[in-house]
Design a binder for this molecule. Structure first.
Ligand code: PLP
Length: 437
């Protein structure tokens, strides 16, 4: 994809050297709301949801898209996705609360945790949220909780670990023998047999092999194993599945010119074979679920930041900005690439290479390495692209820095959807014991 198309897919363009995002002048917005600032385009979220919806619709009629709330849990984004027809996947009670707070009914939620407490289970059961269990021992605990609550045991699902994982970084590969997620081959049949013995009588199954997968071929081995284990469970335990959940992981084009996720190939390797598996008639007539997070929200958001310090130490040039790994941790945590562009670009004079440095007191606080710019000066603004997934949700107060504001662009209007934290917010929940006062 050429650079202009790559930018335009993200609804970004330069007009008279000024950066526009969804038809808004980025610098004007940034000056109005202050930096650092997360700016989200409603239009892009809707477009990405429709992209996945069209792919699934072209093969299947029974499917649900569960947005993975962990990517970005802002209530306004949840509301946008719900209005498109999305369901949701939550990984914690806090994420379930977020959905309920956004007015999303609990029947639209999945709870795919990993290490659950009994309180987590109780909360999910009382709210009738479907749980994807992560271990055999959790089944025993959930069964006891159902008995103690005297709730009817209905649907239960397990996360299967197919041992073939993939992802943009080793921390985000979620399948494999040494990986903490899911149930391996040696226990998965037993898990369903036990569930049946315990009187659960409706079943789902779940898989999620990793996050940020650009090469669709990486799904192939895991999916082949997944399908054969589904058939094996159905046959050996004599059960049918109500849903098969394929998780998320769809990568996005972070690098300039990078191609988008190849949904045609995903259709060929995953969706169409799933349809054929159902047509064989051995596993029931399960619904397909997917759980994309990054794909739906990453490209919807830019993070703007102001350059306050330009430093040339004789060996290296640094652009010092007011966003750091407290604001966007992905470059520091995973070595992830986020493209960074100026809000006003002159493009005359010499291009110089800079590292974009945040204010955090660690030398790893670099948002971009060896990026080329011309004619930048202190006070100028930069936009960090594709910051909508695992951006704000992974931000922190490290170095006692308040978290950034978030705004939403919708049909020509900008809305503040989260105020920037204040210094008072940092101390709101702290208490000093009397003897120290
Ligand atoms: C269970 C589960 N589902 C969905 C996702 C979303 O992944 P992604 O944002 O890569 O689509 C994750 C993320 O790690 C996950 O753990």
């Amino acid at each position: 994809m050429d650079y202009a198309n790559w930018l335009s897919r993200k609804d970004l363009e330069y007009k008279n050297n000024q950066l526009y995002f969804s038809n808004f002048n980025v610098q004007e917005l940034t000056v109005k709301y202050g930096t650092p600032l997360y700016i989200t385009s409603e239009k892009i979220i809707r477009a990405r949801y429709n992209e996945i919806d069209c792919v699934l619709k072209s093969v299947l009629h029974d499917y649900q898209i569960h947005y993975a709330v962990k990517a970005n849990s802002n209530l306004s984004l949840l509301k946008i996705l719900e209005s498109e027809g999305s369901y949701f996947d939550c990984t914690s009670r806090g994420e379930i609360y977020s959905c309920l707070r956004a007015g999303i009914p609990s029947k639209k939620l999945l709870y795919t945790g990993n290490i659950f407490t009994d309180e987590d289970f109780k909360f999910a059961i009382e709210n009738e949220v479907i749980i994807n269990l992560d271990s055999l021992s959790q089944l025993y605990r959930v069964n006891k909780i159902y008995d103690s609550l005297k709730n009817e045991k209905k649907l239960i699902s397990f996360r299967y670990n197919p041992e073939f994982g993939a992802g943009h970084h080793v921390h985000d590969i979620t399948a494999g023998k040494n990986i903490k997620f899911g149930i391996l081959d040696n226990q998965i049949v037993e898990a369903y047999q036990k569930a049946k013995d315990f009187d659960f009588h409706r079943y789902g199954i779940h898989i999620h092999i990793g996050s940020g997968i650009s090469n669709v071929m990486k799904y192939q081995k895991a999916i082949e194993k997944f399908f054969s284990i589904i058939e094996k469970i159905s046959k050996e335990v004599s059960i049918e599945f109500e849903f098969v959940d394929f998780g998320g992981g769809f990568g996005i084009p972070y690098h300039p010119g990078e191609e988008t996720f190849n949904f045609d190939l995903y259709k060929e390797l995953v969706i169409a074979p799933f349809k054929s598996l159902i047509e064989k008639g051995n596993i029931g007539n399960p619904q397909m679920k997917v759980e994309p997070g990054r794909f739906l929200t990453a490209e919807s958001t830019i993070l703007t930041t102001q350059i306050n310090t330009i430093k040339d130490n004789g060996y290296k040039r640094f652009l010092g900005v007011d966003a750091g790994f407290n604001t966007l941790i992905r470059p520091m945590l995973y070595g992830s690439y986020h493209h960074i562009i100026p809000c006003y670009k002159l493009e005359k004079g010499e291009f110089l290479k800079y590292d974009i440095a945040g204010p955090i007191c660690e030398s790893g606080d670099i948002l971009g390495k060896d990026r080329e710019f011309s004619e930048l000066k202190e006070g100028d603004y930069l936009a960090i692209l594709d910051a909508g997934a695992y951006g704000f949700t992974m931000s922190s107060n490290y170095n006692s820095r308040p978290r950034a504001a978030e705004i939403l662009l919708s049909k020509g209007t900008s809305y503040l959807i989260r105020k920037a934290e204040t210094y008072d917010d940092l101390f709101r929940s702290q208490k000093i014991p009397n003897h120290l006062k």
